[in-house]
Design a protein around this ligand. Structure first.
Ligand code: ZN
Length: 133
């Protein structure tokens, strides 16, 4: 029995079913490449749009820049640094959200939110652990 839908690995899997598995992405990429081969004016349009964006944002990199990513991935040290920065960003976002929840709770109880520092979530966690019987 095959539990996996048969449309995986087709461009319809990517477009109709919005699947982003490797097979569907590959199928979509090759279908899109074939489309651009049939319609060179569309490829030219996309190229011009990308160039205009780069001119308007000279100091920015695309959120997804395949060439840049592959270059970084090819170097194991850079790949590790890349992963580390990414993890650190995720953690910082979570930490900030936890601090904001503490601050919101303090304000809710009419207390000063001044104590809601980065340590606040951990102080609360350990206080709650001690309360348990
Ligand atoms: Zn798929």
């Amino acid at each position: 029995m095959n539990l996996r839908e048969r449309w995986h690995g087709t461009s319809g899997g990517y477009s109709n079913h919005r699947c982003r598995c490797d097979e569907c992405k590959r199928a979509w990429a090759s279908a899109h490449r074939a489309y651009l081969d049939r319609h060179p004016e569309q490829r030219e349009r996309a190229r011009k749009r990308a160039q205009a964006w780069k001119r308007a944002n000279p100091d920015k990199a695309r959120a997804y820049d395949r060439r840049r990513r592959e270059k970084a991935r090819a170097n194991p040290d850079k790949a590790r640094a890349y992963d580390r920065r990414r993890r650190e960003k995720v953690r910082a976002t979570r930490r900030a959200a936890a601090v904001e929840r503490v601050a919101a709770a303090l304000r809710h109880w009419g207390m000063s939110a001044e104590k809601a520092t980065e340590a606040a979530p951990f102080v609360l966690d350990s206080a709650l652990r001690k309360e348990q019987p």
